[in-house]
Design a protein around this ligand. Structure first.
Ligand SMILES: C[S@@+](CC[C@H](N)C(=O)[O-])C[C@H]1O[C@@H](n2cnc3c(N)ncnc32)[C@H](O)[C@@H]1O
Length: 337
C-alpha cells in the first residue's frame, strides 16, 4: 500500500475494466458500495443506469450532494456500511439490483487530509476512522494488550517485525500515550530501520494493519459479498477491486465457493445439494494496465475480480469460508474508552 500524499482528487482505479465487468445498461440499478469521490458512480450514471451509492465516511456523503442534485431521481446516496448494502438499496426503493461494485480501501481525500490520521507522512491525530466514530487507532495502540497488538500488526500488516514493534509501543505508552501519526511512525521507524533501497516507508505495514483493524475492513468485505449475493438479480454482476492480498483472498474464496456446487454427496437428498450462485467468467484477477500503473501509483496493486449471479437462491451465511483472522474484539476497547 502506498501513501498518496498529493492533494489531487481521487482518481478512479481500473475504471474501464470495472465498467466492462459491470456492463451497466440504461434503466438498470447499480450499487456503488464505495462512493468515495464518485468516480465509478459518475461513469455508471452516464450509461443511463440508476445508482445507489454508499459510503461510511460522512465527508464523502457531504461532498457528493452536488452530484445528487445533478442526478435527481437517478442517484441515491446513502450513508452507511457496505455490509448492509442490500438493506441500503431497499431504503432507496430497490429490493433487487443489476450490479454491485466495490473499490475497497481508503480514498485519496482520506489519506491527504492529515486530520483524518491515516498518513504517516503528515502529522495529524492518530485516528484512521473512516466513519469518524468508534474506536480510533490511538485507542488501539494505547490500550490493546501487547500480544493482541503483535497479532494485529503481524497478520493485518504482514509485518515480520510485529513483535518488536509492539514491545516498543508498549514500553513507550507507559511513559506517554500516543496521540499523533508522526509520533507512532517515528517509533516504528526506530524499530524497523530504514535502508536507502527501501521503496516504502517503514511504518507502511503497521499503519495498514491499524487501519484495517479499526475499520473492521475484512469483516466488512466478507459481509458485503454475502449482502451482494442477496441483492443481485439473476444475471446481475459483482465487481470488486482490492489493493492487498488479504482482501483479494476473501473475494477469491467467495467467488470460488459460490461458483462451485457443494454438498454434492450422493447420500444427501437433492434438496441439500447446492447449485452455484455465481458464474466465474474469468479465473484469476485482472490487474491495471502498465499505462494506468505508470500514471497512478495507487493502481499498481489493484486486483479486479468479477462474477455473474445465477438463478440459484442465496446460500446460508457462513463466514467460515473466508478464513477471517481471529483478532482481539474491537468492542472491548469501546468499553475502555
Ligand atoms: C477507494 S475509495 C472509492 C473511490 C471511488 N471508487 C471513486 O471512484 O471515487 C473507498 C471509499 O469506500 C469507503 N468505504 C470503505 N469501507 C467502507 C464500508 N465498509 N462501507 C461503506 N463505505 C466504505 C471509504 O470511506 C472511501 O470513501
Amino acid at each position: 500500500m502506498s501513501d498518496v500524499s498529493s492533494q489531487e482528487p481521487h482518481i478512479p482505479v481500473m475504471l474501464d475494466e470495472v465498467m466492462r465487468a459491470l456492463s451497466p445498461q440504461a434503466g438498470d440499478v447499480m450499487v456503488d458500495a464505495t462512493f468515495g469521490a464518485g468516480g465509478y458512480t459518475s461513469a455508471i450514471l452516464a450509461t443511463g443506469s440508476k445508482v445507489v451509492a454508499i459510503d461510511r465516511d460522512p465527508n464523502a456523503i457531504a461532498a457528493g450532494q452536488a452530484l445528487v442534485s445533478e442526478h435527481e431521481g437517478s442517484l441515491f446516496l446513502e450513508h452507511g456500511r457496505f455490509s448492509n448494502l442490500d438493506a441500503l438499496a431497499q431504503l432507496s426503493g430497490f429490493s433487487q439490483v443489476n450490479g454491485v461494485v466495490a473499490d475497497i480501501g481508503v480514498s485519496s481525500m482520506q489519506i491527504d487530509h492529515a486530520e483524518r490520521g491515516f498518513s504517516f507522512q503528515k502529522d495529524g491525530p492518530l485516528d484512521m476512522r473512516m466513519e469518524q466514530a468508534g474506536v480510533s487507532a490511538a485507542d488501539v495502540v494505547n490500550h490493546c494488550k501487547r500480544n493482541d497488538l503483535t497479532r494485529i500488526i503481524g497478520i493485518l500488516g504482514d509485518e515480520r517485525q510485529a513483535s518488536r514493534i509492539s514491545a516498543e509501543i508498549v514500553q513507550r505508552r507507559e511513559k506517554q500515550e500516543f496521540t499523533t501519526t508522526l509520533d507512532l511512525a517515528s517509533v516504528v521507524e526506530k524499530v524497523v530501520g530504514r535502508k536507502a533501497k527501501d521503496r516504502i516507508h517503514p511504518a507502511t505495514r503497521t499503519f495498514q494493519a491499524l487501519r484495517i483493524y479499526v475499520n473492521r475492513e475484512l469483516e466488512e468485505l466478507a459481509d458485503a459479498l454475502l449482502a451482494a449475493e442477496r441483492a443481485l438479480k439473476p444475471g446481475g454482476r459483482l465487481a470488486v477491486v482490492t489493493f492487498h492480498s488479504l482482501e483479494d483472498r476473501l473475494v477469491k474464496r467467495f467467488i470460488q465457493d459460490r461458483a462451485e456446487s457443494s454438498g454434492g454427496s450422493r447420500h444427501l437428498p437433492q434438496t441439500d445439494q447446492k447449485t452455484p450462485t455465481f458464474e466465474q467468467v474469468k479465473r484469476g484477477a485482472l490487474s491495471a494496465s502498465a499505462e494506468e500503473s505508470e500514471a497512478n501509483p495507487r493502481a499498481r496493486s489493484a486486483k479486479l475480480r468479477w462474477a455473474i449471479r445465477t438463478q440459484s437462491q442465496s446460500r446460508e451465511e457462513d463466514r467460515s469460508i473466508f478464513g477471517l483472522p481471529r483478532l482481539a474484539e474491537l468492542d472491548i476497547l469501546e468499553v475502555i474508552k
